[in-house]
Ligand binder design. Structure first.
Ligand code: DC
Length: 227
């Protein structure tokens, strides 16, 4: 990995809604001492701002008009990167029903993705990361060898959301996230696929750690010196 632009490495975790990837990413980050980044929060923050401004989330022009006026940045708290809008974390409103209903449409706008992918990539200049989302292994960090794709059956994923007390039409969001033209949800080239339907979080983490071991995560610095 000579001549790479950053000395840091990213573990990319992708998968559909409620596949368990956020929890797994959090536990992996704690276990490995890395910063965890939930990229979905960024798309949610833009969507929430659009709604708060009374703009139409289905209109790319209106969304981009709001986006141009937003001051987006990130801060790391307790090993987790949080999105800030004008210096403030938007809080629980990010996971509201109205945001759930509009976020996939906003995330399908190419210019929104360009700006947020830039922000996501900039975080790798500061530390090693576990970043989870829909296009992390395919678009944000396609060159990382550490790619994990976590899936689960649709019924299991809907039950998980309901158990959290959330109404979130995961199947509709997945349909939109998989069918959009720019950076659709796919299994990235080279990713290890883990089906979490019948597994506990600890089992998925164990599986991920053993895959990372096989992929050389724990010896990567010595590989750099040799390579
Ligand atoms: O991970 P999440 O469910 O909070 O993500 C919310 C939405 O954001 C998801 O339906 C699609 C979009 N998203 C995306 O397009 N690309 C990402 N890397 C992360 C999320």
């Amino acid at each position: 990995m000579a001549n790479r632009p950053t000395p840091f490495d990213a573990i990319a975790i992708d998968g559909p809604a409620a596949s368990g990837k956020s929890t797994v990413a959090k536990v992996l980050a704690q276990t490995l001492g890395l910063t965890m980044v939930n990229s979905g929060e960024m798309y949610r923050a833009v969507t929430l701002s659009v709604l708060q401004h009374g703009a139409n989330p289905s209109s790319a022009d209106e969304v981009l008009g709001i986006l141009r006026g937003l001051e987006l940045s990130c801060t790391v708290e307790g090993g987790v990167s949080r999105i800030l809008v004008s210096g403030e974390h938007p809080g629980e409103a990010l996971r509201s029903e109205t945001v759930n209903a509009s976020v996939s449409g906003v995330a399908a706008i190419p210019e929104v993705r360009l700006q947020l992918v830039d922000l996501q990539r900039s975080l790798l200049k500061q530390s090693d990361l576990v970043m989870e989302g829909r296009d992390i292994g395919s678009v944000v960090f396609p060159e990382t060898p550490y790619k994990i794709y976590i899936e689960a059956s649709e019924s299991v994923r809907s039950e998980r959301r309901a158990a959290e007390g959330l109404t979130d039409s995961v199947s509709e969001r997945d349909r939109l996230d998989r069918s959009r033209k720019t950076a659709p949800l796919v299994v990235p080239d080279g990713a290890v696929v883990i089906d979490s339907s019948q597994l506990t979080i600890d089992e998925v983490v164990e599986h991920s750690l053993s895959n990372l071991r096989e992929l050389g995560w724990f010896t990567r610095n010595s590989q750099d010196v040799e390579g």
